[in-house]
Design a protein around this ligand. Structure first.
Ligand SMILES: Nc1ncnc2c1ncn2[C@@H]1O[C@H](COP(=O)(O)OP(=O)(O)O)[C@@H](O)[C@H]1O
Ligand SMILES: [Mg+2]
Length: 161
């Protein structure tokens, strides 16, 4: 695959494992038990995009408040507030229900806001009800179609035991 069709995560070691990065336009589901680093991986993906690759990003949160995420990210040396101030990052704190309804609407406020900053990466933390990969993507009633039109989306879910 040509290099230009690959989105570099910028995460140390991960791009090598992925043979250069993630194909542009793909939606990736990160699954794992609580505490395995899903949120951190998603945040780093958006952070590196905005910081290193000039690809602004959106982080959608359901459980973790933005302030906590900002604090946790700071422990890794990632300044999310600065990115937000510079218009390279948008953090959206909402409910799963509102988010899913949003995606089904033609005039989605979320996607309009993403477009406003020229977002190229989206990380949705904790997509409930999508624990099974087959429930994710076009099969899930088309709700991810709109978001897939952004170049790339990284979503996380907690795998149920
Ligand atoms: N790559 C990493 N290196 C060091 N610590 C990490 C890494 N990824 C996650 N952690 C730490 O592990 C804990 C859980 O990470 P988190 O991303 O919240 O997991 P999850 O979202 O899967 O529950 C946090 O304290 C986080 O700082
Ligand atoms: Mg998490």
């Amino acid at each position: 695959m040509p290099e230009s069709d690959l989105v570099k995560t910028g995460i140390k070691g991960l791009d090598e494992v992925l043979f250069g990065g993630i194909p542009r336009g793909n939606i990736i589901l990160v699954a794992g038990s609580a505490g395995t680093g899903k949120t951190t991986l998603g945040v780093e993906f958006v952070y590196r995009g905005a910081r290193q690759f000039n690809e602004p990003g959106v982080i959608v949160l359901f459980e973790v408040a933005p302030d906590k995420l900002i604090r946790d990210a700071a422990l890794f040396g990632w300044d999310l507030r600065e990115l937000e101030r510079d218009g390279r990052l948008k953090m959206v704190f909402t409910t799963r229900q509102v988010f899913q309804q949003e995606l089904l609407q033609a005039d989605s406020v979320l996607l309009a806001e993403a477009a406003e900053i020229g977002a190229r990466r989206i990380f949705v933390d904790g997509v409930g009800g999508h624990e099974k990969p087959q429930n994710f993507g076009p099969a899930a009633g088309g709700q991810w179609d709109a978001i897939a039109r952004a170049d790339f989306c990284c979503a996380s879910a907690t795998r149920r035991r």
